[in-house]
Design a protein around this ligand. Structure first.
Ligand SMILES: [Zn+2]
Length: 422
C-alpha cells in the first residue's frame, strides 16, 4: 500500500496525540493542560473543523506556542488560554443557530511587560465537551488542534438523517382516461331511429366518470365533455398529459345487413392486426371514420425507431389491455348479452398506445332497434356505465401500478389462509 505524505503526517499526529493525551490526564487533574514553551505568538487563523468529531484549529506563527485549556459548567464553556499570544485574525462573531458551539469570544488578559499577558478564547457551548488537544508543528509555526470529544454537527446531522424514519410515501391515484368516441362533425354510427353514436357514448362516458369519481384511489378524466370533434392523436395526447394509467374508448357498434347483431363487445389493442374478420372490418370502419374527418391515424408511428419501441412495449401493454378487457367483459355479461364472449383484438388507431393499456368498448349495436332504444335509455346508460366501472375497478385492484393507493390496498388485503383444522 502506498502511503501518502498526508497519511504519514496523520500517523505522526495520532502517535503524538496518544503521548500527549496520557500526559494530559495527569496535568488536567491539577490545573488544565499546559503545552510548554514561551514566545510572542500571533494567532493568525482559526477554524471550526467538522470531521467525525468537532475540532478547533488555532494556527500560530511561532514554533514556541503553548496553550492552557479548561472547561466550565452552568453554562457550558471551553476556555483556551494562549500565553503571550495576540489575536491576529477575526474570530466568528455570530451566535450559531445550532450545533455544539453557540458563540466565540476573545480577550487579551494580563500585562505584556510583566510577561503575564495571554489571549483568552472562550467558546460558549450548548453541551458538555471533553476536549483533548495537541500542538502540531507546521511551516512557519504551530497548529493547536483541539478535539472537542463530541461528534461534529455534520456527523450529528448525518446520524439524524440515517436514523430518521423513511419519508412518508405519498400514494398517487390511478388515472382512467375515458374517451367518448367520435363527436362534433363525426357522428359515428347512426341508428335507424336517428340515434347518433357520438351522443349516446358521451352520455355513457359521463355516467362512467360519475361512477368512478367517488372511488378512493381513482381519478377519472374525460377526454371530451361536449359534442366536439377531437382527432385520435389529440385524444391520446390528452390521456398522456393526464398521466393516465389506462385508456377506455366508449363506442356503439353498427353492422350493416345484420340487424340481429346485438350486445356489447370489448376490444384490446393489437400488435399485428385483428383477431377476427369482424374485428378487422370494425377496425377499418372506426379508423376510416376518423380518416374521413381528417385524422392522421398515428402515421408518424410508422418510422423505424418508433415502430421498434412500440413493438417492445406493446407486448406487455397488450396483455394488460386484454386482462382489463376480460374484467370489463365479465361485468357486461352480468348485465346483458355480449356479442363476443372474449376480448377481441383489433388494430384501432385509438388503441395504439405503447405505454397505456387501452380498451375500446362497443357498448351495444346502434344498428339493432332494441339496442338503439336501450342506448337512449338513461337507466341502461347507467347500468352500462356501472358495469364498465366495476370491471375497471376490479382490474385496477389487481394491476394498479406500484406507488398507487390501489396497489397499497391490494397488499393490505392479501387474504391470510389458515389450515382448515385450526
Ligand atoms: Zn365508434
Amino acid at each position: 500500500m502506498k502511503r501518502s505524505g498526508r497519511s504519514i503526517y496523520k500517523a505522526l499526529v495520532r502517535g503524538l496525540s496518544l503521548r500527549v493525551l496520557s500526559q494530559l490526564l495527569v496535568v488536567a487533574l491539577l490545573s488544565g493542560y499546559c503545552l510548554a514553551a514561551f514566545a510572542s505568538p500571533n494567532l493568525y487563523d482559526f477554524k471550526i473543523v467538522e470531521q467525525d468529531t468537532l475540532m478547533l484549529h488555532f494556527d500560530l506563527d511561532s514554533a514556541e506556542a503553548s496553550a492552557d485549556m479548561f472547561v466550565l459548567e452552568n453554562p457550558h464553556r471551553l476556555v483556551i488560554d494562549l500565553p503571550g499570544a495576540t489575536l491576529g485574525t477575526e474570530l466568528p462573531t455570530e451566535v450559531f443557530a445550532n450545533g455544539t458551539v453557540k458563540s466565540i469570544r476573545s480577550a487579551q488578559h494580563g500585562n505584556a511587560q510583566q510577561g503575564s499577558n495571554k489571549l483568552r478564547i472562550v467558546l460558549d457551548l450548548r453541551q458538555a465537551v471533553s476536549p483533548t488537544s495537541q500542538i502540531v508543528p507546521r511551516q512557519g509555526g504551530q497548529r493547536l488542534i483541539v478535539s472537542m470529544g463530541v461528534p461534529s454537527d455534520a456527523a450529528l446531522r448525518e446520524r439524524a438523517v440515517a436514523s430518521a424514519p423513511p419519508p412518508q410515501t405519498i400514494l398517487r391515484d390511478v388515472v382512467i382516461a375515458i374517451d367518448a368516441g367520435h363527436g362534433g362533425k363525426d357522428p359515428g354510427a347512426i341508428g335507424r331511429g336517428n340515434t347518433h353514436e357520438k351522443d349516446v357514448v358521451l352520455a355513457i362516458a359521463i355516467r362512467l366518470h360519475n361512477y368512478l369519481v367517488p372511488i378512493q384511489g381513482i381519478i377519472p378524466v374525460l377526454i371530451r365533455e361536449t359534442d366536439t370533434y377531437i382527432d385520435l392523436r389529440k385524444r391520446m395526447d390528452t390521456a398522456r398529459d393526464a398521466n393516465a394509467d389506462i385508456f377506455v374508448s366508449i363506442h356503439a357498434d353498427a353492422f350493416e345487413g345484420e340487424s340481429t347483431a346485438h350486445g356489447s363487445s370489448v376490444y384490446a389493442l393489437s400488435m399485428d392486426g385483428a383477431t377476427s374478420e369482424a374485428a378487422a372490418w370494425l377496425a377499418k370502419r372506426e379508423n376510416d371514420s376518423a380518416a374521413l374527418y381528417g385524422d392522421v391515424l398515428l402515421s408518424g408511428m410508422e418510422d423505424g425507431l418508433a415502430q421498434t419501441l412500440l413493438n417492445l412495449t406493446q407486448g406487455n401493454t397488450m396483455e394488460r389491455s386484454i386482462e382489463a378487457g376480460e374484467d370489463v367483459l365479465t361485468e357486461l355479461q352480468s348485465i346483458g348479452h355480449v356479442h363476443k364472449s372474449r376480448v377481441e383484438q383489433a388494430a384501432f388507431a385509438v388503441l395504439k398506445s405503447p405505454d397505456m393499456p387501452s380498451l375500446l368498448i362497443e357498448t351495444a349495436f346502434i344498428s339493432n332497434r332494441t339496442d338503439e332504444q336501450k342506448l337512449n335509455s338513461a337507466d341502461y346508460q347507467e347500468t352500462l356505465a356501472a358495469a364498465i366501472g366495476r370491471g375497471l375497478h376490479t382490474y385496477l385492484l389487481r394491476r394498479a401500478p406500484e406507488g398507487t393507493l390501489l396497489a397499497a390496498q391490494r397488499r393490505e388485503t392479501v387474504p391470510v389462509s389458515l389450515p382448515a383444522d385450526r
